[in-house]
Design a protein. Structure first.
Length: 442
């Protein structure tokens, strides 16, 4: 069902219901007013006949055959009039009065059946006389139906006209949405330029802005992936070329030269393997894959596992400082990501620290977060280059890595709500990584 049809049905049904209730109220009030007017006509006719009788000669006491002329007493057509005594003798009646005597014992209004038909009567006492006026209920209902029909036709026509205008108005109001739909249908599949639709109602501007922001994010994502593909191809080409060259040299040489070529080819293969592992980890972190394997580690366990992975057989090069007040609560993030982030920071620190110098790792509790401070004793980095540290494949002239370690750390920080801060000094680079810790029950 289209939005236009749904809105038209919903609003039309509500509109018709309100109009029907208003019409029913109006017609009910109109019927009551009409019946009141007809009753007042009976009262006025009875009083008029009473006034005329006072001016006429006295009626004979035996007036069973006496008839009043309608034109003499000005009784409206369709009405009956009867004059009787207190003893119930009929002294006079109009020509329209039925053969059956009208009941005149009760004063005021009275509904009665005469000759098998319902009548509405009014009896007025004036001296020794009782004047009774009456009209047929069927004539009242016919008159009431004519008036109701005359009043209902304009209401029905107006309702149909309003529904038609409502249909046209909703279609006109949804025209900007149709323009947006047509603009999207005309676009190419690879077009990511912002939509430009004018004029546009204020209610649809947030939708257009959100759509354009989506196009912008998609464009940035595609551009980032293209750049990653190009950089990865370039980075993988270098170790592959080196491996191929060393294997060719090993094929053409003997002895020590061959062993050296094979060893360098193996180093190139290890570098290629590490680069591929980093690329896969980066893709998983930036994607929607889950790392929650149910394993939980506290801050000290994360630090020791990261040292074990990063030291590569040289754990003595990393000095761990654990305070006594360190919480045993587990880190509030997947263990594999917390270990990977800290391991990459330690790898980067070991790579820029001389072999005879240690790397320091300090742990500190700050509220419900734990801070890992990694300090190396390398040459540091220029202040202008700090902003490039977390870019993919960025390296300064002294780095021997693949340029993905800190980019992975930044991706983990953004995914898990951590914090990352760099502080370069003359005696080395300090990196602070903060992670949330699960709240402990008091």
């Amino acid at each position: 069902m289209s939005l236009r049809l749904r809105l038209s049905l919903t609003l039309g049904a509500a509109f018709a219901l309100i109009w029907a209730l208003a019409a029913a109220w109006m017609l009910s009030d109109l019927r009551n007013q009409m019946m009141f007017s007809l009753d007042q006509r009976l009262v006025a006719s009875a009083r008029m006949v009473a006034g005329l009788l006072e001016q006429m000669p006295p009626l004979p006491s035996k007036g069973e055959g006496t008839h009043l002329r309608t034109e003499h007493v000005s009784i409206p057509g369709g009405m009956a009039c009867q004059v009787s005594s207190l003893r119930g003798e009929i002294l006079a009646r109009s020509h329209g009065t039925p053969d059956q005597t009208l009941e005149a014992e009760k004063l005021g209004f009275h509904d009665q059946m005469i000759d098998g038909a319902p009548w509405r009567s009014f009896t007025l006492a004036r001296g020794d006389l009782r004047i009774t006026t009456a009209d047929r209920q069927i004539e009242r209902e016919a008159l009431n139906m004519s008036v109701l029909l005359a009043a209902s036709v304009p209401v029905g026509v107006a309702l149909l006209g309003c529904l038609c205008l409502l249909w046209l108005g909703i279609g006109q109001g949804l025209a900007p949405l149709n323009r947006m739909r047509d603009a999207l249908m005309r676009r190419n599949a690879d077009s990511l330029e912002p939509l430009q639709i004018h004029p546009l109602p204020s209610e649809l501007r947030p939708l257009l802005e959100t759509q354009n922001q989506l196009f912008q994010r998609i464009g940035k994502t595609i551009e980032r992936e293209r750049r990653l593909t190009g950089d990865a191809a370039h980075e993988l080409r270098s170790p592959l070329t080196a491996i191929k060259t060393h294997l060719q040299v090993a094929r053409m040489t003997e002895g020590v030269a061959r062993d050296q070529s094979l060893a360098r080819a193996e180093e190139g293969a290890d570098r290629l393997h590490r680069t591929l592992e980093q690329l896969l980890l980066l893709a998983r972190v930036e994607g929607s894959l889950s790392f929650d394997d149910g394993v939980q580690c506290n801050a000290e366990q994360v630090a020791r596992l990261a040292i074990q992975d990063a030291a590569s057989g040289e754990p003595r090069r990393i000095k761990l400082h654990v305070p006594a007040e360190l919480s045993d609560a587990p880190v509030q993030m997947p263990a594999v990501l917390s270990i990977a982030a800290l391991r990459n920071l330690l790898d980067n620190a070991l790579r820029h620290t001389p072999d005879d110098t240690d790397v320091e790792l300090r742990l500190e509790m700050i509220g419900q977060r734990v801070r890992f401070q990694v300090r190396d004793h390398g040459p540091g980095i220029a202040a202008d280059d700090i902003q490039h540290l977390t870019q993919r494949f960025w390296r300064n002239g002294q780095s021997t890595g693949c340029g993905l370690g800190l980019a992975i750390v930044q991706a983990i920080v953004q995914r898990c709500g951590c914090g990352l801060h760099f502080d370069s000094r003359a005696d080395g680079l300090r990196v602070e990584l903060t992670m949330p810790v699960q709240a402990t029950a008091v």
